[in-house]
Design a protein around this ligand. Structure first.
Ligand code: AMP
Length: 175
């Protein structure tokens, strides 16, 4: 079976979570399957043509495969978190949500000017979060080599939102 088929078989659809009308793609069963976890990391590695200087992982499920991937590539892993969670000096970026705004942060000293980095999260929906992470990266004088996600919800057109930063976008399982 293909990697995409195996990922889809492991994902649990939870209707109306966290609010009515949302079909939540629960990836937690993936973490109970070590073979599949290894295959996912290998799938991300295979999709990389130029090794990035670092992996940027988005809170919180982006930390899971993000760190595994960074370790596999032997490069640094950098956390993007919701405002107020990182303890040291931070830079932040505020972006619009359907209702209101959200703010994400990164440690101010984590990225080096000129680095070319890969942004990773578990799932690409509208692309708003990954796009905001791209702004944080650019604020630090770094560039974006690509984006990677375990899951892509293509009907929400997230790729169109983030491809202004890089059109090297990997979604291992697409809906
Ligand atoms: P977005 O900014 O719209 O691309 O949303 C991406 C973030 O929201 C990711 O960090 C996902 O973990 C989460 N997310 C959005 N929609 C879903 C969904 N249907 N199932 C699981 N996670 C989701």
């Amino acid at each position: 079976m293909s990697l995409e088929t195996n990922i889809k078989a492991a994902i649990r659809d939870v209707p109306d979570f966290p609010k009515p009308g949302i079909m939540f793609k629960d990836i937690t069963p993936i973490f109970e399957n070590q073979t599949l976890c290894n295959e996912i990391v290998d799938g991300f590695v295979a999709a990389i043509s130029n090794k990035p200087d670092a992996i940027i992982g988005i809170e919180s499920r982006g930390f899971l495969f993000g760190l595994l991937l960074a370790n596999k590539l032997n490069i640094p892993f950098i956390l993007v978190r919701k405002a107020g969670k990182l303890p040291y000096k931070t830079i932040s970026y505020e972006y619009a949500l359907e209702y209101g705004t959200a703010k994400i942060e990164m440690h101010a000293d984590s990225l080096k000017k000129g680095w070319n980095v890969l942004i990773h999260d578990d799932l690409l929906a509208t692309g708003g979060t990954a796009e905001a992470a791209a702004h944080l990266v650019k604020q630090q004088g770094a560039t974006i080599s690509g984006f990677s996600f375990v899951v892509g919800l293509n009907f929400l057109n997230g790729k169109q939102k983030i491809n202004i930063h890089s059109n090297n976008i990997t979604c291992l399982a697409q809906y």
